[in-house]
Every structure is written in C-alpha cells, then in structure tokens.
Design a protein around this ligand. Structure first.
Ligand SMILES: [Zn+2]
Ligand SMILES: [Zn+2]
Length: 348
C-alpha cells in the first residue's frame, strides 16, 4: 500500500509503498477514506532530540490519528457486531479490551494501550490502517467522505468542555482559533455558554470562528483582549481555555481569567514554561487540564453530527491526495490560514 513515511526530523514525508497491514484478533483493517493532519504530527516530525516530554518518532513510522474508513478485513476470532463494508471511525488507540479502563471507555489508561499513528501502530497517512475492533464506531451512511475524520478533533473540544464543567450562561474565552479552539467553541455553544469569544493573533482565523459557534472574535494583535472581552460579556471570563499550547499561553489564560474562575489547558505545550503563581493563587483559580477523550465522547460527537446538532464540515479547508500530501504537510509548519487539511488517499 502507499503511505506517507516519516524518515527523520526536518525531512519531508516520503510517499512510498510498504506492506499492507494484517489484522490480529480484536482488530480491523480500514481502507482509509480520509485522515486529518494534526498539529501534534507537525510537532513530532520536527522533534529532533526527543525533548519536550515526547519520545522522538522512530524512522519509517507512519503518522495520522484522525481517520475514518471502511472495514475491509477482520482479525481471526474477533468478537464484533460490525461487518466488512461498514464505514467507521476509531479511537487512535488499541486497548486490551478487557481491563476496567477499556470497559469504561477510557482506553487512554489501559496498561497495554498501543497508540495508532504515534509510533506503536502505523497511522492513517496510508491507504490502509489497523485499528481496534472494540475502539471502532460505525458512521451514519449520510456522512461525507471526511466527516468521520473530524470526530477525533471534535472529541478533543468536547473533552475540554466536559472537563471545564461548563454551566449554561457561562462566558467563555477561547485562546487560539486552530482546530482545537474551534472544536471547543462548537461545544461551548452547544452546552449553552452565553458568550463564546475566540481570540487569535491572526484576525482571519479569529473571524472564521464565528462559523463554529463563536459569538465574537478578538484580533489579539490589535485589540486588548481583556478590555474587549469585558465590553462583550460585561466582565472577565468564567472559563478561559488555552487552546494554543506554547510557552506563555498558560500565563495569558491565567492573566485573562476572572477571580474564582476556571482555566482549562487544552493545547499541548512540549517546552518548559513558566507561570507566576501569585496570579492563580490570589485569583483562586481552578486550573484544569484536558487530554484526549473517552470512547463515549467519540460516540457523542458522531451522534450530534448525525442529528445535525453541531456543524463541523467547514473545519475542512483543504483535501489532498498523496501527490501533494508531503508539500501540504510541510506548508502547515509555517503561518497559514488552514484549519483542517485532509489526506484522501484515493485522490491523485
Ligand atoms: Zn490530533
Ligand atoms: Zn485495557
């Protein structure tokens, strides 16, 4: 099969042919319909020395953890109700399927969990991908080709809103209008936030947030974020989300937050960072972290999209085939206005 292969940091992905994956017991092979490019893949592919809390990616790895596809093979003796031909998306993790964590949907915490697209199991930047049967969820027939690949980033935003214990009527500030920030905006609106304000240093990006549930956008390069937020919402935010994850962004969220409010760290910063503790201490902030999602959160994203209760297709700003995939991947490492770029392996 064709796949986009990571050779070494600083080198463009290599489109080459590798062996087709073979499913073990409890696994499916999916024919990949679409796989989204994630910011963490861009990070990891440039991680030269394994610093920043992430092991360096092994040479010849295949990344890609935001995918959907059709079941084309089922491992021997796999207990499942799903059949070949079914379109699914899957958690990018293969669990043991029997421990308490797996059974509760929290496959992240399974002691033998294998990550898909992050070194353990080759990912979805390929024609075929191996996934866990227990971690696969059927997609509605009316879903467009890449809709199922949006479930993973949507679930990241859902997890952020869940962790924030968002209350109806909350005023929310989301720092960063990338895919994570926009997915968070979608869910904050869904759960009844009164003001969903997205700020970004790129005015176009911030403005785009209005399509995804944001009630207002702040151009953080030109405007004073706190003053503008107060003008919109009548006070500082009840919940401030850091959806950027670079050194300094956590401090910004803390600085913007109201007394006795919540700050939710969603962006994954892989560098040492400093915060001035006097700020969160004197404000008595609840500092909350959000990471990945549970299986049932994935399923809720599918159901809400299925019922038309959230709108997400506009997150996809480009679709590429293997012919231009490596270029498209590199282009995302410099400032751009893309939100989600999808690899669709059957494109030229
Ligand atoms: Zn991702
Ligand atoms: Zn397990």
């Amino acid at each position: 099969m064709r796949a986009a292969i990571f050779r070494k940091p600083g080198q463009a992905l290599d489109i080459d042919t590798i062996d087709d994956p073979v499913p073990a017991r409890g696994e499916f092979i999916l024919k990949v319909e679409a796989c989204g490019i994630c910011g963490s893949d861009l990070h990891i592919s440039d991680n030269h020395d394994g610093s920043g809390g992430m092991p360096p990616l092994k040479p010849d790895s295949v990344m890609g953890h935001e995918f959907c596809g059709e079941i084309v093979a089922i491992g021997p003796d796999t207990p499942t109700d799903l059949r070949e031909g079914q379109r699914v998306t899957a958690l990018p993790t293969i669990g043991c399927g029997t421990c308490a964590q797996c059974l509760s949907g929290d496959v992240r915490r399974c002691r033998t969990a294998k990550g898909i697209g992050l070194g353990d199991v080759p990912g979805g930047y390929a024609e075929y991908v191996r996934v866990g049967a227990a971690e696969s969820m059927p997609l509605p027939a009316h879903f467009g080709k890449a809709d199922g690949a949006l479930i993973e980033p949507l679930a990241v935003g859902l997890r952020a809103a869940v962790r924030a214990r968002l209350q109806p009527g909350d005023s929310v500030l989301i720092i960063g209008a990338g895919p994570v920030g926009l997915a968070t905006a979608i869910w904050c609106r869904h759960f009844g936030a009164r003001h969903v304000v997205v700020s970004d240093l790129n005015a176009n990006r911030a403005a785009m947030a209005a399509k995804f549930g944001a009630t207002d956008a702040i151009d953080a390069r030109k405007e004073n974020v706190v003053e503008r937020f107060k003008a919109i919402a009548g006070g500082r935010p009840d919940v401030t989300f850091d959806c950027v994850g670079v050194p300094g962004s956590m401090q910004l969220a803390i600085d913007y937050a109201a007394f006795d409010s919540k700050v939710v760290i969603v962006g994954v910063c892989m560098h040492l960072d400093q915060v001035l503790p006097v700020k969160p201490v004197t404000k008595e902030l609840d500092l909350i972290f959000a990471y990945c999602y549970l299986r049932q959160e994935f399923q809720l994203c599918i159901d809400m999209l299925d019922q038309g209760r959230i709108e997400a297709a506009g997150l996809i700003t480009d679709r590429v085939g293997f012919g231009t995939f490596a270029e498209a991947f590199e282009a995302l490492k410099t400032p751009n206005t893309q939100v989600k770029v999808m690899l669709e392996p059957d494109r030229i």
